[in-house]
Design a protein around this ligand. Structure first.
Ligand SMILES: C[S@@+](CC[C@H](N)C(=O)[O-])C[C@H]1O[C@@H](n2cnc3c(N)ncnc32)[C@H](O)[C@@H]1O
Length: 232
């Protein structure tokens, strides 16, 4: 019987290739195949841009299309296809490292893929390696804490309804390209300090404090907002 390969879910951090763990780098140096999620096949993968400096130049890549859509049928089909490509490689004895931006357990496509792979693989065959989350990198860039003392921190995934959380002193809005106008309105009404961080650690990085009179159009998908404000 062929020896089965191991599957790794690797967090590669938010952008700076130095913000990746030693453990992830060690895996990238000896892995057989690096699986790279791409929102479109003709686009570059951000995760690969981060990881590639740590890989041997002849590393084998497996590009997996993970479309940016809310269509469940399309998504399920993409995850199924990706899972079966990975399983084929594992069954042929190769080890596979799937790359994920930031941390794999935090708003990542990895979770959906993992659920499918868990049905076919033993727990010894799967290893998830954590990574530095974008929100931690953004807070570090501006030398601000995410939360201190006994304060709570709430992380919202770019959904409407930010207003419900006026009693929370520390907010992080991920995927803020979806609800930026509402977030700006909320900052206007509640005051405090708000920072918009785009592509932290990547080419095109932009970090700026938002004023309470901010008007803004669209922002890059790889953007988040950190909010710290007095509690009412
Ligand atoms: C699908 S989630 C991935 C989160 C990631 N797993 C993490 O641990 O940070 C995508 C969202 O993460 C945030 N994000 C990821 N990388 C970022 C970066 N380098 N700079 C700013 N925001 C980033 C943005 O809010 C983006 O919409």
């Amino acid at each position: 019987m062929t020896h089965q390969g191991k599957f790794y879910g690797l967090g590669v951090g938010p952008g700076d290739p130095q913000l990746i763990t030693l453990k992830a780098v060690a895996i990238l140096k000896h892995i057989d195949i690096v699986a790279v999620p791409k929102s479109r096949m003709d686009r570059d993968s951000v995760a690969w841009e981060i990881a590639k400096v740590h890989c041997p130049s002849d590393i084998q890549l497996m590009e997996l299309e993970m479309p940016m859509t809310s269509d469940e049928t399309v998504l399920q089909a993409a995850w199924q296809k990706a899972a079966s490509q990975i399983l084929d490689a594992l069954h042929s004895g190769k080890s596979v490292a799937f790359l994920t931006i930031g941390d794999p357990s935090f708003y990542s496509t990895y979770t959906y893929l993992l659920n499918l792979l868990k049905r076919e693989l033993s727990s010894e065959q799967i290893e998830t390696v954590p990574g530095i989350m974008a929100m931690a990198a953004a807070a570090a860039k501006v030398n601000q804490p995410l939360a201190t003392g006994d304060e709570p921190l709430l992380v919202l995934p770019g959904i409407e309804g930010v207003d419900q959380y006026a009693e929370i002193p520390n907010l992080v809005v991920m995927k803020v390209s979806r609800n930026l106008p509402e977030v700006l309105q909320n900052i206007k009404e509640n005051g405090g300090k708000a920072v918009l961080a785009t592509r932290v650690g990547q080419a095109g990085e932009k970090i700026r404090e938002l004023t309470d009179q901010e008007e803004m159009g669209k922002v890059d998908y790889l953007s988040l907002v950190l909010i710290n404000r007095p509690v009412k």
